[in-house]
Design a protein around this ligand. Sequence first.
Ligand code: 5GP
Ligand code: ZN
Length: 114
Amino acid sequence: MSDCVFCRIVAGEIPARIILKTDTVLAFHDLNPQAPGHALVIPRRHIATLNDASESDRAILGDLMLAGAEVARILGFAESGYRTVTNCNPDGGQTVYHIHLHVLGGRRLSWPPG
Ligand code: 5GP
Ligand code: ZN
């Protein structure tokens, strides 16, 4: 997916501030952070949205969540707390169509979201 910004980050064609790399996922700082800590965890393999994930993606979806918790530990807010979010399609606020987990922490987050 040469036109996908996150595939281009995986390929090293666009720079990113990497936090974590595994065989299956990559985590990096969001370009436009919405909290003192705001990371994105993405699968190396392109999946556009949560709607496009299928039974064969069960393991990678688990990897995203576990990597999200690891990122929270690395960034130092695992104990104080954080939020993981996956936006899906326009009403969900998705703007990059390569599935990703937001990991937000470092401040008290309000609920419900806007
Ligand atoms: P979405 O709106 O799809 O849930 O989240 C996309 C996120 O990707 C946004 O928070 C946006 O700031 C971030 N983003 C978009 N382009 C880039 C980029 O090139 N590099 C990084 N690090 N983050 C990006
Ligand atoms: Zn992609």
